[in-house]
Every structure is written in C-alpha cells, then in structure tokens.
Design a protein around this ligand. Structure first.
Ligand SMILES: Cc1cc2nc3c(=O)[nH]c(=O)nc-3n(C[C@H](O)[C@H](O)[C@H](O)COP(=O)(O)O)c2cc1C
Ligand code: SF4
Length: 514
C-alpha cells in the first residue's frame, strides 16, 4: 500500500441506492483500490435523498466531502485515474453536495444526519448531535418531556396528524403496571420512503426518540412494527439496537438513570391495513390484522390491553430534535397549525425525485418544479397525488396550495405521510379512480360493509361508466353517492378515505369519465 493516509469514501447502503447499483460500485471501488495499492475505508452511509444522483459517492478530502454521481461500477477506474481520492475533476464530480441548491435550500432537522453519518456507528451519531435529546430528557421529570413535545406543536407524521403531545399526555396520565411504545414502520403509502431512509440511514434517531417517549409516559418496552419489504432497514435497526444496548443507551438502568427501556422489532407479513394503528396492534399481538373498534383508543387500551403510544417513525425520530433544541425552536418553523418541518417524498414521473425536508408551507408548484424539475418524460404535468393511495389528485390549477394540513384539507385533500406522486398528461384519471377502488377492495380487512362491499361495487360502477359511450350521468351520480356512504360509514381510514382519490378524479378530470 502507498504511504498516503487512508481515505474515507462514502457509498450509500440505502435500499434505493442499492437498487441503482451501489453494492457493485462499492465492490469495484474496493477491488480497484486494492489493485492500485490505494488505502481506503468504505463507509456505507444512508442516502441524502437526491435519488436521481444515486449511487452518490462522496470522498473525504482536505477540502471537505466531494461528491460524484450517479456513479456506475464501470466508472470507477476512470474516476480513480482522474484523482477521485483527492476530489479530482471528472464529468461526474458534483463538488460538496451540501452546497447543491437542492440540499442547501432544505431545512433538515429530522433528516439532518441522513447520508452524513455511518448508520452503524454510535460515536458518529453522538458526534453529530445524537443523544443530546435523551440527555436533556433524562434531566427532566416525565410531565416536562410531554410538555416540550406538546409545546413544539408536533403532529403525527404517519397520516392522521394527531397532536403527539396530547397522545403522550393520555398515556402518561394512565396508571398501569406496563405501558408500551409502538412504532409504526409499516410505511404502506405509495410513493413514500422517509421512514425507510431514516431507519436505514440514521437508526439511532428512531431508537433515541422511542427511548424519550418511554421516559415521558412511563413505558419500559418498545416495539417497531416493520414492513416485511424493508429487510435493509431491519438489518440496520438490529445492528443499531445491539450497539445501543452494549453502550448502555438501552436496557436496564440506561445511562445510570435508574430507568429501563428496551426495543424489539417485529416484522409484519405485508398488508396495507396493518399500517392502521389498531390493526397493527392486532398483528403485533400475533393475530390477523383487523381493525379494532374505537373507543377505547390505543392510548387507553392498546397493545396487550395496556396504554400504548403509537407513533410513526418520522414522528419519533423528530422528538430528539425537540428535546435537544427546545420546543420553541421547532415550533418556529411552519405555518398555522402545521408546526415544524416535514420530510416530503417526491416520486412518480419526475425528473429529480427524492427527499425534501422543509418547513410546512412549501407549495406543490415549488416542490414539483423547483425541486422535481418537472416530469421525467418531459411531458406536461397533469396531476399529483398527495398522501398515498388514499390521497386526492390535484390538477395544476391547484398547485399553488401550500403543503400543510389545513390548506390541503380546504382543497378536500390530505398530506398523509408526505408522499407526492407526479403524473404526466398521458395519465388516464378514470383508470386511477378505478385503481383506488380496486386497491381498497384488495386491502380491505373486511370488518365493515361500506368498505368491504362498497369498494367492489365501486370498481363495477367505474367499469360500467367507462363502457358507456358518451358517459353515464346516472352511474356517475351513483358513484358519488357510494363515495358518500364509504366516507361517512366506514370504520377506518381505508374505506373512509378511498373516496378522496375517486372524487378528486371525478371533480378535476371529468373528461376522462366520458
Ligand atoms: C389504512 C391506513 C393505513 C395506515 N398506514 C400507516 C403506515 O403505514 N404508517 C403509519 O405510520 N401510519 C399509518 N396509518 C396511520 C395510523 O393509523 C396512525 O394514525 C399512526 O401510526 C399514528 O402515528 P403518528 O401519530 O405518529 O402519525 C394508517 C392509517 C390507515 C387508516
Ligand atoms: S374501512 Fe375497510 S379496512 Fe377499515 S375496518 Fe372497514 S373493512 Fe376494515
């Protein structure tokens, strides 16, 4: 090997980057450096979320981290010839990625460490501000931790946007021998990936957030309910949990505090309805994922009948920021009742897809054009669907809507988990409406009639409308009536929200229904 210092090279181990060849890049880089007797250390970091540039390779140099992308295995030899390890010039060189407009304009709080740290290294996590929130929480009585979360204005990022502090207060106030923290990592919404990125790229943030939640409400056991399609996240979490336990950040008497908290991971079998919190609890208890009637709320009677905090990955991974930097700091971001920042996930037919964390209030236009750069196909944008398969479709005339809870609700839309999927002008919106109903029919748990039967009747109705030349006014009116029944009569959000994509397609794209 040469006398030069060992150079650190970052090659993402994120599932998105892997699907684009990151493993082959890492392998080729190691092989070629061995061959050239160049000493390198490869760190498999998370993705920074600029997916069109993945695999995004970064090299630690005296001038900072210099990025190259998208890198293919076949580019490695030429990159090394060009002086990759010194940040040398090459067509793929992007410079310091943190200076890239796409990242520089973001306000990354929850995702601040994504792509920056080594997800398996707890010392790296701590060096980048990790565990400051837990240390603050350990010095506070439980009700003050709850108050900090309440004062921050944090609302659940899983979809329902329920105030997190209020949920925690309810569990805190219950007297029970055993309470639980259940992290919802089912991430079933189409076009969403923030939970996955966080678990793969910064798993200690979730562990820290869950631990703080446990201290706040008096829970000693946490569960992560992980979707089966996320094996990389499962491995990253398992590694991080092991290290956190070894270093005394989990387990009995954590950090010599006299408090206990530990976390187990449970893998779901793959059903959209298991993301609904009561189905998730059923599944966690080993039963078929079927929705429970509420009340009682999980905060009163949740996992194994005990008071349980159910929160999404993003919600929990945001908690350390609030404890470390203060409720007022977090609350100062955002607009109206949508406080803080939100990791938006841009996907579908878009040129520059990825993760955009900004204070609430960015408009759809800004997200789709300024960040997304328009469609990947180069054709005009015709629609976006916001909030997963149960979210409304918005036409370009509504793209001035700010991405925040109240503004979207005023447009009969919802933010959900923050996924925004882009479609160009070749999309057939009647087909999309049919798809929403067919999806509901397949994924329905079957417990209530409006959803179980309504979704199938809805598919039949759309088929009839499409088969009727010149349209079928009576059937369109009937479809609208069916949507009313599903929206108002369903037991949970699956049946209750499926009318959103259907009705928005009917309202904004009526011409597609003949
Ligand atoms: C059909 C359906 C699917 C859902 N899927 C998810 C999911 O995959 N992940 C999630 O965090 N929340 C999901 N939710 C929302 C949860 O029921 C619940 O509101 C959330 O986990 C609470 O956490 P939060 O307050 O941190 O958002 C879903 C809700 C419904 C109705
Ligand atoms: S709305 Fe659908 S998924 Fe929800 S409880 Fe009813 S049948 Fe089950």
């Amino acid at each position: 090997m040469s006398a030069r210092a060992v150079v650190t090279v970052f090659v993402p181990g994120d599932a998105g980057a892997l699907s684009l060849g990151a493993d082959a890049v890492a392998k080729e880089l190691a092989r070629e450096c061995r061959h050239r007797e160049l000493a390198i250390r490869i760190v498999r970091n998370g993705s920074r979320g600029l997916y069109w540039l993945e695999p995004l390779v970064e090299v630690s140099t005296a001038a900072g981290r210099i990025a190259y992308g998208p890198v293919r295995a076949a580019d490695i030899a030429a990159l090394l010839d060009a002086g990759l390890l010194d940040g040398g010039a090459h067509a793929l060189r992007l410079g310091n990625i943190e200076g890239h407009d796409w990242l520089r304009s973001q306000q990354r709080l929850t995702a601040a460490r994504l792509g920056v740290v080594d997800p398996s290294d707890i010392d790296d996590y701590i060096a980048h501000g990790g565990y400051a929130g837990l240390h603050a929480a350990l010095a506070m009585p439980p009700h003050e931790i709850v108050r900090a979360v309440t004062d921050s204005g944090l609302r659940g990022r899983g979809g329902a946007a329920f105030p997190t502090g209020l949920k925690w207060q309810t569990v805190h106030d219950r007297a029970a021998a055993q309470k639980y923290i259940a992290c919802n990592a089912d991430e079933g919404d189409s076009g969403t990936f923030a939970d996955r990125m966080l678990m793969e790229g910064d798993p200690f943030a979730l562990i820290e957030g869950m631990t703080i939640a446990g201290l706040a409400v008096g829970a000693t056991q946490g569960f992560v309910y992980l979707r089966v399609e996320y094996p990389h996240a499962g491995r990253a979490l398992a590694r991080a949990l092991h290290v956190a336990r070894e270093r005394g950040y989990l387990g009995q008497n954590l950090r010599e505090s006299g408090r206990d908290f530990d976390i187990s991971v449970r893998v779901g079998a793959g059903a959209y309805i298991c993301g609904e919190e009561t189905s998730m609890l059923e599944s966690l208890e080993g039963r078929r994922g079927e929705v429970r009637v509420r009340p009682p709320l999980p905060a009163i009677k949740g996992l194994f009948g005990q008071p349980t905090v159910v929160n999404n990955v993003v919600t929990l991974a945001t908690v350390p920021v609030i404890l470390a930097r203060g409720a007022a700091f977090y609350r100062d971001f955002g607009v109206g009742k949508s406080r803080g920042t939100v990791p938006l996930q841009l996907a579908g037919n878009v040129k520059q897809g990825g993760l955009v964390e900004r204070a609430f209030g960015l408009t759809v236009n800004q997200l789709v054009y300024d960040y997304g750069g328009g469609t990947a196909s180069g054709r005009p944008v015709r629609a976006v669907q916001i909030g997963g398969p149960l979210g409304a479709y918005l036409p370009p005339s509504a793209f001035d809507t700010p991405l925040e809870y109240e503004a979207l609700s005023a447009r009969d839309a919802l933010l959900g988990h923050g996924g925004v999927v882009v479609f160009d002008d070749t999309v057939d919106m009647a087909r999309m409406a049919r798809f929403a109903l067919a999806f509901c029919a397949i994924e329905s748990c079957g417990k209530c009639t409006p959803c179980r039967v309504g979704s199938t009747r809805g598919v039949e109705l759309v088929d009839r409308i499409l088969a009727t030349p010149g349209g079928a006014a009576a059937d369109i009116a009937l479809l609208d009536e069916l949507c009313d029944t599903m929206q108002n009569g369903s037991l949970c959000g699956l049946g209750g929200l499926t009318p959103f994509p259907v009705r928005s397609a009917l309202r904004h794209f009526a011409e597609d229904f003949g």
